[in-house]
Structure formats: structure tokens, C-alpha cells
Write a protein that binds this ligand. Structure first.
Ligand SMILES: Cc1ncc(COP(=O)(O)O)c(C=O)c1O
Length: 445
């Protein structure tokens, strides 16, 4: 297959990003169609004269976005076509029933916020209030003062963290991509295995080496961290995707190693506010503020529509981050920050969080009841908006769900190497509660 994949080495855009853009463009133009097999990473690398690391990073990015699907040893296949593409023809996609490309079935995949729990009157009020102040007349690379005050209050109240300083971000994934550029080029970052693929792709796309470290029922296995990492990326509040929280002893062991060995801990607290019965454990950032950058986001508690998050970290790191932003012109959009600040201003955000926790707890009960009917065991803490269902055969369960019009992901897809654990990663935040109940009936039926 002849793929038009122009690579411009002089452009300054990482080669993996150019390649992923080129492949997405080829799919949107109809040159690549669902069920097409992509060339091997080695073969494509040789054709384009780039390293296999570059082609693998581009494929990882497309995997994270859901346009392709891959299996160790069986190749990488196009599963869906980005918007703007013509109607795709083509045969069935390996591992996925026809007509059930990612995003086309009822969403039981993890990572979605519960927008049904968002009071629309509150939402509209906040957007109107956000339009009141004068528009900014210059870029604000740090973020808006009103947003920083709102986040400080939010972190104190809901995460027990008193931030000394912070930067606004465009969300956690964007923050990881920025942080990746602040780490020494070519250095190693340890990540959780299984883990959040988008963060891994962002780190790899910046030319960093990835060291997968296992996760067990107590979270990241700290004793397995390799020596010499520049950073460790972790999701201690609610490990993504296994849904366990990192035990207190592991947290202490991690920050002790960070102190002794001088690495940075990236604490992705993507849904830390959403615990609904047990008390939160201390944040890594509270245990070792000099060694931890804490990333929060509005995407899970409200909606990715806002496109905002926050980073709290050691002063030298934030100074380097500011410097990178002023040199490159990168800055988070102020619009979502204004809306977040407006939501926080009169207690709306706190009331919303209370409602959201209640809603998610009840939805989790629905999932537990459905799992009980199927005889499946549930893994994961009562927190966040996803859990893991232990099913006898993950591949068969994903395919059966797809045939019933449900978009469900298996744990296999969250691994860097060969899968070491299996199960369905089930998100329960999408749609209304009644729709979820119907989807669960179909899942176990
Ligand atoms: C572990 C984890 N971190 C971060 C994010 C994304 O956050 P943001 O929208 O702020 O990039 C997600 C979204 O699914 C996630 O699962």
C-alpha cells in the first residue's frame, strides 16, 4: 500500500506527531479504511528512514485515540475513520464485530464524565458569569488569577492540599505532554503497567524512554521501579485502569525513593475528588511537595468542554515550565478557566460534587448487581467512575458486548507489553442511569 506520509525533519514538530497526523489524514482521505492492516512499525520505519521508536510512538498515539487496534504479533488494523472521512467500505475488523468500531456502541468505556449529573441551569449560569469580566488583552501563560483562587479553594476543601504555587493547564494529558518536554531528552520515565495509554504516548512522543512497572492490588509495585528514572508517572488515587488505590505504605516508599534518587513523581489525580465512601489517603504532593508534580483536571468532575486543569509542583519545575511556555507561546485557554472559577464562586461546584458522588455510588451499585447476576467478580475501589469486571474470557466478552451494541474495553489494550492481567474495564458515567441499567442488562444478558 502506498501511503502519502510526508515527513519534514526541519519543521520542529516531533516525527512521531507528524507520522500520526499523516496516518490520520490518510484515513480521513479514504486511503486507509477500516480493517486495513498498517505496515509493521519496522517496515514503515525503514520505508520512511525513521527509527522504529518513532513509528511505534505514532501507532501508540492512534491506538490511544481509538482509530487503530493492535495485538502483539498480529499487526495493527484500522478500526475507525476520523471525522470528515467518506463512508468507509471494507470487511470485518479483527477482534471487533462489524459496525462496532470504538465510539459507535453504547459507551461503557472508562474515562467519561457523568454529564447527566450536571445541572444545566448551574452550567448556563456559570457560562454567562464567565462572559462578564473584560476579555483578556494579553496572553496569560500562568493562567487566570480567579482560576488559581478557585483551584486553591478546591484543593484545600476536596483534596487536603495547600498549594504554594500553581499553573493552569489545558487538562492532564496536555500537562503530561508539556512536562515531557521539561525532562532530560532520552531519559527514562516509569509508567504503570497496565496504565493510561495517552500519557505513555505523550511521553514517548517527546523522545523519552518508557519503563513499564507492574501494578497489583496495592497499586504501583515500588520495589520494581528501575534505578535511574527521571520521572515516575502514576495515578495513586484510583489507578487507571485497574481502579485500585495505592496503599499508604507504597506512597511513602515511592516518595522516599524519589527523595533518595532525585526523580520527579507525576501524580495524575484525574478523578481523586470522586471517592464515595472511604477517606482519601494522603496525596503524594502532600507527602513530598519538593519531588511531586500534582496534576488535576476538570474533565472528570465536570466536562472536558472546559479544557482546564492545574499543576502544583516544586518551584524550580514550575519556573522551567513557565519559561518553556513563554518561549513557545503555549498557554491554556482562559475561557474554561473563567467558567470553572464561576462555578466555584458561590458553592455550585461543591454542591455538584456532592450530587455527582451520590449519582456515581448508585451507578456502581447497578454494576455490582449486574455483575452478581452474571457471576462475575468486581475489582476496584468504590471511587471514580469505572471498575474492572473479572470475566472468564476477556476477548470473547468484548466481542459479545460489541455484538450487543456496547463499547467495552478489555484490560489487554492498556498494556505496554504482553498483558499481565485481564478483565473488562467498565465505565459507568455515560448516559442516564436508566440507559446504563439497560446497557448492563444487555452486557450480562
Ligand atoms: C488516567 C487519566 N488521566 C487523565 C485523563 C484526561 O484528563 P484530561 O481531559 O484533563 O486530559 C484521563 C481521561 O480519561 C485519564 O483516564
Amino acid at each position: 500500500m502506498e501511503l502519502p506520509l510526508p515527513i519534514d525533519r526541519a519543521s520542529g514538530v516531533p516525527l512521531a506527531v507528524q507520522l500520526a497526523d499523516g496516518l490520520r489524514g490518510a484515513a480521513a482521505a479514504g486511503i486507509l479504511r477500516p480493517s486495513d492492516r498498517l505496515p509493521s512499525t519496522r517496515g514503515l520505519g525503514a520505508t520512511l528512514g525513521v527509527s522504529r521508536t518513532v513509528t511505534a510512538a505514532a501507532y501508540d498515539q492512534l491506538l490511544a485515540e481509538g482509530w487503530v487496534q493492535g495485538r502483539v504479533g498480529a499487526g495493527t488494523y484500522v478500526t475507525a475513520v476520523p471525522p470528515g472521512a467518506g463512508t468507509a467500505a471494507g470487511g470485518p475488523v479483527p477482534g471487533r464485530a462489524a459496525g462496532t468500531a470504538p465510539g459507535t456502541g453504547y459507551p461503557l468505556d472508562p474515562g467519561r464524565p457523568c454529564v447527566a449529573a450536571l445541572d444545566r441551569a448551574m452550567w448556563r449560569r456559570a457560562w454567562r458569569a464567565a462572559a462578564e469580566p473584560e476579555p483578556e488583552d494579553r496572553p496569560r501563560p500562568d493562567g487566570l488569577a480567579a482560576f488559581h483562587s478557585a483551584v486553591t479553594e478546591h484543593l484545600l476543601r476536596h483534596r487536603g492540599l495547600a498549594p504554594a504555587d500553581m499553573l493552569s493547564t489545558a487538562g492532564t494529558s496536555a500537562a503530561v505532554a508539556e512536562l515531557a518536554r521539561l525532562l532530560p531528552p532520552g531519559s527514562t520515565v516509569a509508567v504503570e503497567e497496565p496504565g493510561y495509554r495517552r500519557a505513555v504516548s505523550a511521553l514517548r512522543a517527546a523522545g523519552l524512554r518508557i519503563a513499564p512497572v507492574p501494578v497489583d492490588a496495592d497499586g504501583l509495585v515500588v520495589t520494581e521501579l528501575p534505578i535511574g528514572c527521571a520521572a515516575v508517572y502514576t495515578t495513586p488515587a484510583h489507578q487507571f485502569p485497574t481502579a485500585v488505590r495505592t496503599a499508604a505504605a507504597r506512597r511513602v516508599a515511592l516518595v522516599e525513593r524519589a527523595r533518595d534518587e532525585g526523580f520527579l513523581v507525576i501524580e495524575d489525580d484525574y478523578d481523586g475528588e470522586l471517592r464515595y465512601d472511604v477517606a482519601p489517603l494522603p496525596l503524594l504532593a502532600a507527602l513530598a511537595p519538593e519531588h511531586v508534580v500534582h496534576l488535576g483536571t476538570a474533565s472528570k468532575i465536570l466536562s472536558p468542554t472546559l479544557g482546564v486543569g492545574w499543576a502544583v509542583g516544586p518551584a524550580p519545575l514550575l519556573a522551567a515550565w513557565r519559561d518553556l511556555r513563554s518561549r513557545t507561546g503555549t498557554r491554556p485557554s482562559p475561557a474554561g478557566q473563567r467558567v470553572f472559577a464561576a462555578l466555584a464562586a458561590h458553592g455550585d461546584l461543591t454542591r455538584h460534587l456532592r450530587r455527582l458522588r451520590r449519582e456515581l455510588r448508585e451507578r456502581r451499585e447497578l454494576v455490582l448487581a449486574a455483575a452478581g447476576r452474571a457471576g462475575w467478580t468486581v475489582r476496584g475501589d468504590p471511587a471514580g467512575a469505572h471498575l474492572v469486571l473479572e470475566v472468564p474470557d476477556e476477548t470473547a466478552a468484548v466481542a459479545a458486548a460489541a455484538r450487543r451494541g456496547l463499547d467495552v474495553r478489555g484490560l489487554a489494550g492498556y498494556h505496554e507489553g504482553a498483558p499481565r492481567t485481564s478483565g473488562l474495564v467498565l465505565g459507568y458515567a455515560a448516559g442516564t442511569r436508566a440507559e446504563l441499567a439497560g446497557a448492563l442488562d444487555r452486557l450480562v444478558g
